[in-house]
Write a protein that binds this ligand. Structure first.
Ligand code: 26V
Length: 824
């Protein structure tokens, strides 16, 4: 895979060391005599940063002269994790760095772990954006990510006494990977009003005037591709006070504090990532963030386009913009505003450009996650945009009215404006109307959006506007970096690391499934990864777990629809069963470690209750000498990207057990299987396609299907159902206080018993427990189990994010790669 050999590489450890030491002594002003791990990390990172910067500049120049269409990925979240190991591996220079730092007495793993995660995201949606950046760079696509530079990323989670506590994540005190571009700024306007006037020809114009200005400052982060010189850019916008006359007036009139307060208010725009995923609360500051970042990015894109001196009709041949969920939807009216108010284009000419430019990815069908901004709020903050949104809506509804003159209710249903009190703007509808393609993120999900939230739009625009791009993951981070031994083992069998660039090559592994030595090594690697996780568990929780036990892992954001409650109820069920077993029966049971991890949104009480129950069950089970190694229950604090790199390679089974039809795709399911673990899951999201690829004998599926959910929910509400017997016993144990104060958990239990069991825990409980029994049986036959694991890995080629990006590039963006200079 390595075509790259430029003078920018460190050929030897001495070359690396001289650079790193120079940085330690000069950039960091540290003496080598008191060089600690943090300084050694800093020196290493800065030495690599220099190498990236050289390639980065060349890439940008090369892409500009190539003058091809560029893609801009707009995402309010990029869950990047750490950058150093990725930079070392993607540039293939880890060897010299490791040797060099070894000479100074440091272990590279220790240095790598000095780095803080760049945690500018909540979960799957943000991590997907990060995987996409890696793939776009690796495949030489001319692509930029546009982000918001939050001062505080997702909070750090601490567990105190079994309760989640949120701690702010101030991550920027030492960030060697970003470059402040104090010369690249954009003034962003808020509030004010609209002035209309007529020009000399009698034509009416609108102009947004007054209000206040916040300045956007660009910070750039290099994104190195794997095995290529291409190094793309992620541009993050940071807010700061605009040093205009307004402040000076206040200052001069003696209102010093007032001007400082203005400064702080401006800085709050990019201060904090909203930690909800899947819950829209409609906060003004969030809307400000969205507009600030959309407007700055569009200004930047338009500025770059104007340098080409091409006519406006060429815009969408030069620029593709992908909207990662509805968060950047304001980019649609903003581009329309730029084109008609500032550049003087006619409405229809402008609107065609807008539609051809944007693509929109939907990531959820959950009602509570669909963004709807109140009309009065938009009117206040963005008065001109509200007018434009109304005009877009008017044109659209006229079109619909012509097409479906008989269907009056249609207009109400598809209107961008929801006729509620107050009225609200349905951002997903605006995104659909303003884009040329809309995609879901797995087959089932893409089908569902066509029959539910966007049903009418399929009638209006025809089915071709809607498509599917099944999610993927980057094999560089999620195999090569997280599981280096497995990556090397695969490389040894496939004759090199080519598979990291073309993951479908993994299918050749099937030829080795009977190879004794290979099987043994594969199994040893899994064991070693479990030992590593067991150490982490011991260090962070104090609990000793047996690495020979079956590791059963569910790590993801805590959410009712993801059903961690089903899992912990299943664990309690198992605990009660063990307590009732005789010695003979216990001997037959495979020891288990049930591992949970994930953050709850700070205001999501039900999710916090689930965490609390997991911790309490852990306290009881882990300290029950009668149970011993047969069952351990662990809650891992502060699940994030860097912890995922330790956790993912260590599973025997991972849980992807959402109520069918609720998890749009899931991506950790792919990571776990790629690392040689099996899955217990529902027929939901990408589980379905994983099953199709790896074969249904290699996955443990259970539970009701998406098509039956509506009916089951109806039955719960109207009485035609009985609580599952096993689940009843679990609830009895909870209510008897066996896991502490039962009152703490009453909302959780009542939600199922009395309030309709919206997520169908009771309906799936029996099937879930039986499937776990099947897993126990299956795990006893280690040879068969191993065959399943190896076969699954071999069949995971489809789930590379490289494949996704190629699909987006071809079906949605119409962009081609730009080969780096050295390879041309
Ligand atoms: C929505 C909202 C609503 C407003 C407040 C803040 C906020 C933050 C994030 C979101 C996005 C929710 C959608 C989401 O995260 N979807 C996840 O996307 C993954 C990548 O496609 C997919 O694998 C998961 O199944 C899906 O839940």
């Amino acid at each position: 895979a390595w075509k790259k050999n430029t003078p920018q590489e460190f050929q030897t450890k001495d070359e690396f060391l001289s650079e790193a030491v120079r940085h330690i002594e000069t950039t960091l002003a540290r003496s080598l005599f008191n060089c600690d791990e943090s300084a050694a990390y800093g020196g290493t990172a800065l030495a690599f940063r220099d190498r990236l910067v050289m390639e980065w500049n060349k890439t940008q120049q090369n892409q500009t002269t190539a003058d091809q269409k560029r893609v801009y990925y707009l995402s309010l979240e990029f869950l990047m994790g750490r950058a150093l190991d990725n930079a070392m591996l993607n540039t293939n220079m880890k060897g010299p760095a490791k040797d060099g730092m070894g000479e100074l007495g440091f272990r590279m793993e220790d240095l790598i772990s000095q780095e803080r995660d760049a945690a500018l995201g909540n979960g799957g949606l943000g991590r997907l954006a990060a995987c996409f950046l890696d793939s776009m760079a690796t495949m030489n696509y001319p692509a930029w990510g546009y982000a918001l530079r939050y001062k505080y990323g997702i909070f750090k989670q601490e567990i105190h006494d079994g309760y989640q506590v949120e701690v702010p994540d101030y991550w920027l005190d030492f960030n060697p990977w970003e470059f402040a571009r104090h010369d690249v700024t954009v003034n962003i306007q808020f509030y004010g009003g609209v002035r209309t006037y007529q020009d000399d020809n009698g034509k009416t114009h609108s102009s947004w005037e007054g209000g206040e200005i916040v300045e956007a400052v660009a910070f750039d982060v290099p994104i190195p591709g794997y095995g290529t010189a291409t190094t793309n850019n992620m541009r993050m916008w940071s807010s700061k006070a605009h040093s205009g006359e307004f402040d000076f007036q206040k200052f001069n009139s003696g209102d010093y504090e007032g001007s400082v307060a203005d400064t702080q208010r401006a800085e709050t725009v990019s201060a904090v990532l909203y930690p909800n995923d899947n819950l829209d609360r409609g906060k003004e500051l969030r809307l400000k963030q969205q507009y600030f970042w959309c407007a700055a990015s569009l200004h930047d894109i338009v500025r770059r386009f104007k340098k080409t001196r091409k006519p406006w009709k060429e815009f969408s041949n030069n620029v593709a913009i992908q909207l990662n969920d509805t968060h950047p939807t304001l980019a649609i009216p903003e581009l329309q505003r730029i084109l008609i108010d500032i550049e003087g284009l006619e409405w229809s000419e402008a609107w065609e450009i807008v539609q051809n430019t944007f693509g929109y990815t939907n990531h959820t069908v959950m009602q509570e996650a669909l963004e709807k901004w109140s009309v009065p709020l938009i009117q206040h903050l963005l008065p001109r945009h509200l007018q434009i949104i109304y005009d877009i809506n008017l044109n659209f509804l006229q079109y619909v009215e012509k097409k479906f003159p008989k269907d009056r209710d249609m207009l109400r249903r598809v209107s961008i404006i929801e006729e509620s009190e107050p009225k609200r703007v349905r951002m997903a509808f605006l995104a659909v109307i303003g884009s040329h393609k809309v995609n879901g993120v797995a087959e089932l999900h893409s089908d569902l959006i066509k029959t539910t939230i966007f049903k009418d739009f399929v009638q209006i625009y025809g089915p071709d506007k809607f498509t599917n791009v099944t999610n993927g993951i980057t094999p560089r981070r999620w195999l090569h970096q997280a599981n280096p031994r497995l990556s090397e083992l695969i490389a040894s069998k496939l004759g090199g690391h080519e598979f990291l660039k073309d993951l479908t090559l993994l299918n050749k592994l099937e030829n080795h499934v009977d190879d004794k030595a290979f099987r043994k090594e594969f199994q040893e690697i899994k064991y070693a990864n479990k030992v590593r996780l067991a150490k982490h568990i011991k260090n962070t929780t104090g609990v000793s777990v047996n690495p020979a036990a079956l590791f059963d892992i569910q790590v993801k954001r805590i959410h009712e629809y993801k059903r961690q409650q089903l899992n912990i109820f299943g664990v309690i069920h198992r605990y009660l069963a063990i307590k009732a077993m005789n010695a003979e029966e216990r001997k037959k049971l495979a020891p288990r470690v049930s591992i949970f991890g994930g953050k709850a949104a700070p205001g999501y009480w039900m999710a916090k209750t689930v965490i609390h129950l997991i911790c309490k069950v852990g306290d009881v089970v882990n300290n029950d000498p009668d149970v011993g190694d047969l069952l351990k229950v662990i809650f891992l604090e502060d699940y994030n990207v860097s912890k995922a790199e330790i956790i993912t390679p260590a599973s025997d089974i991972s849980e992807h057990i959402s109520t069918a039809g609720t998890e749009a795709s899931g991506t950790s399911n792919m990571k776990f299987v790629l690392n040689g673990g099996l899955i217990i899951g529902t027929c939901d999201g990408a589980n379905i396609e994983i099953t199709r690829e790896i074969g249904d004998s290699n996955i443990f599926l259970f539970g009701n299907l998406a098509e039956d959910v509506e009916e089951l929910r109806h039955n719960h509400l109207y009485g035609k159902y009985e609580l599952d017997d096993g689940l009843r016993k679990v609830f009895d144990a909870i209510q008897a206080g066996r896991f502490g104060d039962a009152n703490q958990f009453s909302a959780l239990v009542n939600g199922i018993v009395d309030h309709g069991d919206y997520y169908l825990v009771s309906d799936d409980f029996n099937s879930y427990c039986k499937t776990h029994d099947l897993i126990d049986e299956s795990y006893k036959n280690q040879e068969e189990w191993l065959t399943k694991c190896i076969t699954s890995v071999a069949r995971m080629g489809f789930f590379s994010s490289d494949r996704c990006i190629d699909e987006y590039a071809e079906m949605i963006w119409n962009v081609e790669p730009v080969k780096p200079k050295a390879e041309q």
